[in-house]
Structures are given as C-alpha cells and as structure tokens.
Design a protein around this ligand. Structure first.
Ligand code: ATP
Ligand code: MG
Length: 253
C-alpha cells in the first residue's frame, strides 16, 4: 500500500506497515502486532511524547546501565523490527552492554532471524540465539536465556516484556528496567525502574543520557529510584489529558 506523507498519522502508518512486513518475514509474531496496538493506544493517551517523568526515568536507567556489573538488554521480535538501529546505538553509548535475543514465542528460525537483524544493524556479540540456561518458575520456551547473559546479569533492560518474566527476573534478584507504554501492565508494576515511554524514544533518551554521563566504574552501585512515583506520574498524565478532554468535549491535541 502507498502511504501519503500528508496523512495526519503518516508516522504511525509507516511503523504499522513495517511491522506487518516484519510479521510476513517471520521476524514479528502475529501476537506482536496485537501488542503493538496496545502500545499505540497508551501512546495516544500519553500524548505521543516523552513526559518529564519518563525523561527522568531514562536518565536514571542510563546511570544504572553505566554502573551495572553485567547489564543486559533483552530483545524480542518487535524490538528488533522497530528499533534494531537504536539497540546498536545504545550498545555504543553503554560500553559493556550485552544484547540478548529473548522471545516469548520462540522458534529456532525466528531466534536466528532476530539475531541476524541485530547484527546487520551493527549490534555486536548477540547472545541468546541458541540459549543455554533457564529462568526457574517459567513454563516452556519462555524460560530460555543465555547462561552468560541474562542468567548472570545484575541489571536487565526489558522493553515490551511479559509480566510473568519480569517478575521471574526480579525473583532471581535482578534489577529490572522496563520500557512499556502501559503504566498499568504487570511488567511496569513489577519493574524496579519503569520507563513509560515509546520504545524508540526511550532507547534514544537512554543513549543520550549515557553519553552525557561518560565512563563510570562498574561497581554495581545503583542509586535508588522511586518506581511507584514514576507510575503515579504516568497515571496522572493520562488522567489530566482525559479530564481536560472531558471538560472541553474535544480531544486534546
Ligand atoms: P503484562 O506486562 O501485564 O504481562 P503483557 O506483557 O502481556 O502485559 P503485551 O501486550 O504482551 O502485554 O506486552 C506488550 C507491552 O508492550 C504492552 O503493555 C504495550 O503497551 C507495550 N508496547 C507495545 N509496543 C510498544 C512500543 N513501541 N513502545 C513501548 N511500549 C510498547
Ligand atoms: Mg508486559
């Protein structure tokens, strides 16, 4: 389908077209398309921009990733399709950051395709294509991880994650940073540091902050982050936008 640049939602239509194409190639699972729709709905409610609160969370995430002893970024099909280039840029901005393929709907072919997509975008040392360890307490293939990656990580950055797995990682004592537009999701509520922002905007925000911070000791010292407050601020943003719309009887711009 040809998309007109003049369409008011051109950017969103383009992303949808590229995700549909990625689903056709088997990179994105059909369920991933549905997850994207849920994300878009929350982005609408949040005003499709990074809130001051999300920006603070992205800066805090950069500090955690810089100080973590073994930081890992988990990548699923949607993340590879939407943001492989941003993942590579984040890895350059956070030296020592491992990138691991971690799929909810795992097949060997899809894992290999996600790995290839990341490598082509410039990601180095991709882990998890042939996983070697399991997260206890998770059923089936969702538990597979890399024995030298997520299995031994102290800080896991998990964009578009499933709530069960986020909770399982926390039970293992890992500090979880989530990127999820839904501040009500179990993932956002389980995370030690929830970033309620769109994936590409969030990854860019963390990269920018990390470059500003510069080299830091990998001492495992992670400054406290007030996760309930970050979530409350996201609820308040949605609340204010809906209340304003209800008063004006016209959706906010
Ligand atoms: P829970 O976390 O409650 O278990 P879930 O993980 O089962 O929910 P899914 O729809 O499978 O929910 O997960 C995808 C999550 O990612 C959704 O909460 C959705 O809002 C979010 N999401 C989807 N696309 C994006 C995106 N581009 N940027 C940020 N978040 C997104
Ligand atoms: Mg989730």
């Amino acid at each position: 389908m040809r998309l007109s640049r003049r369409h008011p939602r051109y950017a969103s239509l383009r992303v949808r077209a590229s995700l549909a194409d990625a689903a056709g190639r088997g990179l994105v699972a059909p369920e991933g398309l549905i997850a994207h729709g849920r994300g878009e709905a929350f982005d609408y409610l949040l005003g499709e921009r990074t809130s001051p609160s999300a920006r603070r969370a992205e800066r805090a995430a950069a500090v955690w990733l810089r100080h973590a002893r073994r930081p890992v970024l988990s990548v699923n099909g949607n993340v590879a399709a939407l943001a492989a280039g941003e993942v590579a840029r984040l890895q350059r901005a956070v030296p020592g950051l491992s990138v691991e393929v971690n799929l909810f709907h795992r097949t060997a072919a899809r894992a290999a395709l996600v790995g290839r997509t990341l490598r082509r975008a410039g990601v180095r040392g991709v882990r998890g294509v042939r996983p070697t360890a399991r997260v206890p307490g998770l059923p089936s293939d969702r538990a597979w991880v890399d024995a030298r990656g997520i299995a031994v990580a102290d800080v896991c950055l998990v964009p578009l994650e499933d709530g069960d797995r986020a909770e399982a990682l926390r039970r293992l004592g890992k500090r979880v940073i989530s990127i999820d537009l839904n501040p009500l999701s179990r993932t956002s509520r389980a995370a030690d540091l929830p970033i309620v922002d769109e994936l590409c905007r969030a990854l860019r925000g963390i990269s920018r902050a990390s470059r500003r911070i510069g080299p830091s000791p990998r001492d495992g010292r992670l400054p406290a982050f007030d996760a309930p407050r970050a979530l409350a601020e996201a609820y308040a943003t949605i609340d204010q936008r809906l209340s304003r719309a209800a008063r004006r009887r016209k959706p906010p711009r």
